[in-house]
Design a protein around this ligand. Structure first.
Ligand code: NAD
Length: 342
């Protein structure tokens, strides 16, 4: 089936869920990072609209345009911290795909599900590229929301030695929900809750930071030699950890330095961190590589067993577009979705 010129295909969440379940998300992310490394995929600058909701909580709308091969599109991902008390997800969004020839939008799909999945899949791809995926036994999860759960799902499916989870969240109910979920789906894993983030990080060989903090609180000294820290929520690692890790990887340096809100960009503006391809500034620490370089096997410095690794993935819209394009193709093949009149 080819999309008709007078309609747009709409894919609601339940259809995106069943279609994306047929796709190996980590393989798509790895492929996309390799496309990106050779300019077969790319991004346009991301933009953000931020405001304060009536209840005083922060709301934002991020717009991420990107392309992967012949697929062009845009993710809109919105979030409001106050949604927690409204009993609805913090983040919600849409992905729009464009016709490569006419530029007309051809498909709109629910986007939060792909957004969560691609973020966890980037984490798994980074762990694998560092040679760390097969060695994770104990993983700490800081933040027991949507990302925490999605990361556990992908990690449990791809990390053969994973045997223990250490969970921490500032909200007791979120921890309890995730404990129950893990018991139901991953009964063979030992699941332990911790009294604080420090206990979780100190006990783990992998930490996944997926909170909503804007105040960094994890210092270098909490992390074990040989551990990996995934700074997914971008403001959990303190400067000592970002500056002191043996290897520091980012997904895209331009995205990090264009942003005015996160700690790694602030360290770059203060000349304390230099990008992977930039001329070294005096006294700065260099970002060792970006993920396209790492995943395509072009990072040459050995990652030794005792090294501390930090990955700071800002979030590349190209992954959402790559996954959404495959979901769209599957929808076309299976005649799924709702045709909307233009
Ligand atoms: N880097 C990326 O590519 C990327 C992509 C998507 C989401 N994110 C980020 O991941 C984070 C989590 O997203 P989510 O959808 O799971 O959100 P969520 O609201 O579902 O879950 C966040 C959880 O973190 C907890 N939390 C907040 N501050 C905490 C703290 N200081 N210590 C412990 N727990 C804390 C909350 O109680 C909540 O349970 C967000 O910050 C989001 O912006 C990053």
């Amino acid at each position: 089936m080819v999309q008709k010129a007078d309609t747009i295909l709409y894919l609601p969440a339940h259809q995106v869920r069943s279609l994306v379940a047929q796709i190996d998300a980590v393989a798509v992310i790895e492929e996309t990072l390799m496309h990106f490394a050779v300019d077969d995929a790319g991004l346009a600058p991301e933009t953000a609209l931020r405001w304060t909701a009536a209840d005083g909580t922060m709301a934002r709308s991020l717009v991420l345009p990107a392309w992967d091969g012949q697929h062009y599109g845009c993710k809109i991902i919105n979030s409001c911290i106050g949604n927690h008390t409204r009993g609805i997800p913090r983040a919600q969004g849409l992905i729009i795909l464009h016709d490569p020839d006419t530029a007309a939008p051809i498909c709109i799909m629910e986007g939060a599900l792909i957004s969560a999945l691609r973020t966890a899949a980037v984490s798994i791809a980074a762990l694998r590229a560092c040679g760390r995926l097969d060695h994770v036994r104990t993983a700490a999860v800081l933040g027991c929301g949507k990302q925490g759960r999605t990361h556990i799902e992908l990690l449990a499916a791809s990390s053969p030695r994973l045997s223990r989870l250490l969970l921490f969240d500032q909200d007791v109910n979120s921890i309890q929900d995730l404990v129950v979920y893990c018991a139901r789906h991953y009964g063979s894993l030992e699941v332990q809750t911790t009294l604080g983030a420090e206990q979780a990080v100190r006990g783990a060989d992998l930490t996944i930071a997926v909170t909503t903090t804007t105040t960094p609180y994890v210092p270098l000294e909490w992390t074990k030699p040989g551990s990996t820290f995934l700074n997914v929520s971008l403001d959990d690692a303190q400067a000592s950890l970002l500056l002191g890790a043996d290897h520091l990887f980012v997904d895209d340096w331009d995205l990090i330095t264009s942003d005015q809100h996160r700690i790694l960009g602030a360290l770059a503006r203060a000349d304390r961190v230099t990008g992977p391809a930039e001329i070294m500034k005096h006294d700065a620490r260099r970002v060792d590589a970006d993920l396209p370089t790492l995943v395509s096997g072009r990072y040459n410095r050995p990652i030794e067993g005792h090294h501390r690794v930090v990955v700071n993935p800002f979030g590349m819209g190209v992954h959402d577009i790559a996954l959404a394009a495959r979901v769209y193709r599957a929808a076309e093949n299976q005649s799924a979705g709702l045709q909307l009149e233009r």
